[in-house]
Design a protein. Structure first.
Length: 523
């Protein structure tokens, strides 16, 4: 074994190394005493691996129990960036067992009793869907998922016919990876300090030192520290809701099985690092565009202190989030309303209610996602657990800024906070709002500043946006040929799933002959 690799193993998993050495010595002594011929190096490694699996199954290394088996080809395991896991030390993660071959994957899933999920990304010697089917057939109680970059109806049909639990896109796989990593880190922390009260995610992050390292890439998956995003986990099976992180080490991943069939909506969160960037405007336009495409949409105003999305959407008596929590039946009826137009869960009526409902936001988003096709979550300027919950639940995040250098600095600070929280930023699309050629910053500048992150531009919408949205005439704005609406539609087409994207493409501008405005002027 190379010296560098040996040192890394000793640093990251001393007990595993010690057990490996002990079993290796015991095995060699047994060979000498009994007089058996020595095994070849490959067979010896396999035999010792089985011995270690057996020891772990007996509880000898409880803290190092493997929760997930991931099958990927050898090249991807050597270079995790090929599967979107840049910077992740896969061989040092105590909860993850990696395999590159079909038989190795099946053996790990069969021998490790603590394994609850198998992620089949690729394989050296077999088609991934066949590996997944074999693992599922070996143990139907395990949840097995296939990761595919190019999803289509044929692949989904094959997955369903094979009895596999789900088909994930790359972004769904990365979010699930972050969630399980966080859940296992939480369990390890709890085991180390059994009597210490568990802090809320963002409150715990406020204690993180200012010297914490910034992410190497704004578009990369964040490394260790994923133990700190809200109670809602990012489990993102194709039909999966966002279930809560478990509190028990025996069932760290179990809640996802129950919720895996409830979620159907694509969740889009709109955020920014500072106020005044146009989050509410973009959220209102996005929700109205989706509704005009014939999709059921629920908008959630997670700006819990000063949310005004109901004004922009022209909804006079919206369902407030505290009312939805007090009467869950009203939230159930929101699905029917969403099929007639934009349904809204508005911010609390009284500002002092914001802290009380913040902890319940994850559950509200998950419930809304089970009732419609698309959920649009508008967040506030003040960062709290609400932002963490929205990012946790979102399939895509539109991170807005304007063309001021101060807005870019605020965005950088926010991305660094996400890194310390353990929020993967791979689903982030950075948006330069109100852009024109005379402004200081462009999407290229932002992408360079954020080390290659994906960035786009939304143009200045002009007076029409302020007048029509300010008076609640969002539909008139959507029917116009406003450049902001056209660019927002194009942006949504990039972040929505393929089936919903096709419906959005049918939306065309149909300006009426006489348009209303706040001051009675058309145009």
């Amino acid at each position: 074994m190379p010296k560098r690799k040996a040192n890394r193993l000793i640093r990251t998993a001393p007990r595993m190394v010690a057990l490996w050495a002990m079993l290796r010595m015991r095995h060699r002594l047994r060979v000498r005493r009994v007089g058996l011929p020595p095994l070849c190096p490959t067979r010896e490694r396999e035999h010792l691996r089985e011995l270690i699996y057996a020891a772990m199954r007996r509880g000898g290394l409880r803290a190092m129990e493997k929760r997930v088996v991931m099958c990927a080809d050898g090249q991807s395991l050597r270079n995790p960036a090929m599967v979107g896991l840049a910077g992740e030390p896969l061989d040092a993660l105590g909860w993850l067992a990696c395999a590159s071959g079909a038989e190795e994957c099946r053996k790990a899933a069969r021998l490790l009793s603590a394994v609850e999920e198998a992620w089949i990304v690729s394989c050296d010697d077999m088609e991934p869907i066949n590996v997944a089917a074999a693992v599922k057939r070996d143990d139907p109680s395990k949840r097995v998922f296939v990761v595919s970059c190019g999803q289509n109806g044929s692949m989904a049909s094959r997955v369903a016919n094979a009895g596999i639990d789900g088909l994930w896109s790359e972004s769904q796989f990365l979010k699930r990876f972050s969630q399980v990593k966080r859940a296992c880190a939480d369990l390890e922390t709890k085991a180390q300090s059994e009597n210490a009260p568990r802090q809320e995610p963002l409150r715990r992050m406020r204690k993180v030192s200012a010297q914490a390292p910034a992410p190497t890439s704004a578009s990369g998956v964040v490394a260790e520290g994923v133990a700190s995003v809200p109670q809602q986990a990012v489990g993102n099976a194709v039909q999966g809701a966002k279930p809560a992180v478990a509190e028990s080490s025996e069932h760290a991943l179990q809640p996802h099985a129950a919720a895996a069939t409830s979620k159907s909506a694509a969740v889009i969160a709109v955020a920014s690092g500072s106020g005044g960037c146009g989050k509410s405007t973009v959220s209102a336009i996005a929700a109205a565009l989706v509704a005009k495409a014939g999709l059921a949409v629920i908008a959630i105003d997670a700006d819990l202190q000063f949310g005004d999305l109901h004004y922009l959407l022209g909804i006079k008596e919206p369902l407030r989030i505290e009312e939805a929590l007090a009467e869950p039946s009203r939230l159930d009826r929101l699905g029917e309303e969403a099929r007639k137009g934009v349904a809204l869960i508005a911010a609390p009526r009284r500002l002092e209610m914001s802290e009380e409902v913040a902890s319940e936001l994850s559950g509200v988003i998950a419930k809304a996602a089970a009732l419609c096709d698309v959920v649009v979550v508008n967040t506030g300027a003040f960062w709290s657990d609400a932002q963490a919950a929205a990012f946790e639940a979102a399939d895509a995040v539109l991170f807005l800024m304007d063309s001021r250098p101060s807005s870019l600095r605020a965005t950088t600070h926010a991305v660094e906070l996400c890194a310390r929280m353990g929020v993967a930023t791979t689903s982030f699309t950075f948006v330069v709002n109100r852009h024109d050629r005379t402004k200081l910053l462009s999407a290229v500048d932002v992408s360079c500043s954020l080390r290659g992150a994906h960035a786009v531009e939304l143009p200045e919408g002009g007076r029409d946006v302020d007048e029509l949205l300010g008076s609640g005439y969002v539909q008139e704005l959507i029917d116009s040929k406003n450049p902001l609406v056209a660019s927002a539609k194009e942006l949504l087409g990039r972040v929505l799933p393929e089936d919903r994207r096709e419906a959005l493409e049918s939306v065309k501008a149909e300006p009426s002959r006489k348009r209303r405005s706040l001051f009675g002027r058309g145009g």
